[in-house]
Design a binder for this molecule. Structure first.
Ligand code: 13P
Length: 236
């Protein structure tokens, strides 16, 4: 079975009101295409980014519904702002904010419980890949962080060493990892690849077996880079 592909952009801590017009250009190019497209801007831009013809997501949320958690945002708040997706467990948050697999699972449950789709990130470090442990590391991350529901869930395989470096795994390594993830999550969960996806490599990566889309960082910041990645879904 072929799942409808999802191309999601993670703006990380980039963007401002002045660049939201990029989303309008992306929406115009994506219109009518057989692909789901989402942009995940910083929290402050979510409400202003909605209603432009592209689904909007967040990059993180708190697991709790409310409470004394200064500086945090709940899943329901994101829904109210207009978010339909929320990334959880990005390696930058695991590293910068010491998020554990259990934290990520709690966040994914909160995201899905609030009616959004969770994009749950997993991926190995370069040391773990060199040691031949990449698949077992990712399997352990999944074992510890998968939410209770498989509905409204996507997995993003993002090798830490491929993020922002211009490096990408070989097609064979992507295929091996995505097959391992597929064996855990079943046939209906989309498995995205992320890490240095560019217009130049998107078509190749998107046609590796069990690659159901992409989570794009730097190349999602401008329509000039992101639109060719969306178009690459239909390149054969
Ligand atoms: P880059 O596409 O900039 O490598 O970032 C990937 C990523 O971390 C997306 O979440």
């Amino acid at each position: 079975m072929t799942l409808r592909k999802l191309i999601a952009g993670n703006w990380k801590m980039h963007g401002s009101l002045s660049v939201l017009t990029e989303i309008d250009t992306i929406a115009a190019a994506a219109k009518g295409r057989d692909v789901d497209v989402a942009i995940c801007p910083p929290f402050t831009l979510i409400a202003r980014a909605t209603g432009r013809g592209v689904a909007i997501g967040a990059q993180d949320c708190h697991a709790a519904a409310k409470g004394a958690h200064t500086g945090c945002v709940s899943a329901a708040m994101l829904v109210e702002a207009g978010a339909a997706y929320c990334i959880v467990g990005h390696s930058e948050r695991r590293a910068d904010n010491f998020e554990t697999d259990a934290d990520v699972k709690a966040k994914a449950d909160a995201v899905i419980g609030a009616g959004m789709t969770a994009i749950l990130c997993v991926g190995e470090t370069v040391e773990q890949r060199r040691a031949g442990q990449a698949v077992e590391v990712v399997e352990a991350q999944l074992a510890g962080s998968l939410p209770a529901s498989r509905d409204n869930l996507a997995i993003a395989y993002e090798p830490v060493w491929a993020i922002g470096t211009g490096l990408v795994p070989s097609n064979a390594d992507v295929a091996e990892m995505h097959a391992a993830i597929r064996a855990v999550v079943g046939p209906d969960v989309r498995i995205l690849y992320g890490g240095s996806v560019k217009p130049s490599n998107a078509a190749e990566l998107l046609h590796v077996a069990n690659v159901d889309g992409a989570l794009v960082g730097g190349a999602s910041l401008t329509a000039a880079d992101f639109v060719p990645i969306i178009e690459a879904v239909s390149v054969r």
